[in-house]
Write a protein that binds this ligand. Sequence first.
Ligand SMILES: CC(C)(COP(=O)(O)OP(=O)(O)OC[C@H]1O[C@@H](n2cnc3c(N)ncnc32)[C@H](O)[C@@H]1OP(=O)(O)O)[C@@H](O)C(=O)NCCC(=O)NCCS
Length: 190
Amino acid sequence: MRVLALPEAEVPGELKLQVAELQDQAWPGPPAPSTVPVHDPALRPLSMLLLDGDRVVAALDVLSKQLAHAGRTYAASGLSGVVTDRARRGWGHGRHLVSAARAAVRESGADLALFTCDRGLQGFYESAGWEPLPGTVLVGGTPEEPFPSDGAGFDKVTMAGFFSGHAVRHRADFPGSRIALHPGEIDRLW
Ligand SMILES: CC(C)(COP(=O)(O)OP(=O)(O)OC[C@H]1O[C@@H](n2cnc3c(N)ncnc32)[C@H](O)[C@@H]1OP(=O)(O)O)[C@@H](O)C(=O)NCCC(=O)NCCS
């Protein structure tokens, strides 16, 4: 097993197709699996793949942007599209990859990472080192068309990692807050 990390646009077509098939298992529906990039290039998408030989076992993308919160700015990243091949779930592959992603974001120089997950997956992410932010809402979408993580039908938890001294010093600004992440119209809530 090895982790391959590449900008989304540089992932070889055969691997990209396998990732799309895993995502289609988890989130079926159009468009059909294809090799076309799915993320907003402005978010500098980094694909991380857990490979068993040339088979993609699990995949995710790290997205990044500048974030303004409580009067300060941060280099922020988040996880998107975390998925393990349905035939290989429950073997620790997902934890392996989201743990590797935490290390990669920390080493990238980002101040912090923030993302949301369904409440039932909080323990999965905690087991890989991520921490929950009680009561925190990520506001996705755009300022004109916000897409908050506490919207109707959602039961989501915000997970975080605080890496730089700047982020660690101001971490008290994050629990219980509404964070205007606004990743845009393509990755509405990363
Ligand atoms: C979530 C997902 C990526 C986990 O991958 P995985 O490879 O099966 O996870 P692991 O085997 O590393 O599991 C690690 C731990 O998390 C737990 N866990 C895994 N999936 C879980 C789920 N769906 N609900 C609750 N707990 C889960 C496991 O039981 C395990 O705990 P344990 O060590 O106490 O047994 C996988 O279930 C998946 O692809 N789901 C569909 C897509 C999805 O929901 N992605 C998350 C988007 S936020």
